[in-house]
Design a protein. Structure first.
Length: 66
């Protein structure tokens, strides 16, 4: 992920890829290529959400200590 990475934009790209795959208009090689890209995007999203969950846990812990 780069500094300009955006969760919402990445989710939209994943949705476009899925629609493209489901259209049935891609050859098999393109399906695997698109699927690989979507899987990488999903990993980025999972990592992002994990980091945000950790930040939230720290904030909640800090608030409960107060």
């Amino acid at each position: 992920m780069t500094d300009s990475w955006n969760y919402e934009a990445t989710v939209e790209e994943i949705e476009r890829i899925i629609q493209n795959i489901e259209s049935g208009q891609l050859n098999l090689d393109d399906v695997f290529t698109k699927f690989t890209v979507a899987a990488e995007h999903l990993q980025d999203c999972e990592q992002f959400l994990g980091q945000k969950q950790q930040q939230l846990d720290v904030l909640l812990e800090t608030l409960s200590d107060s």
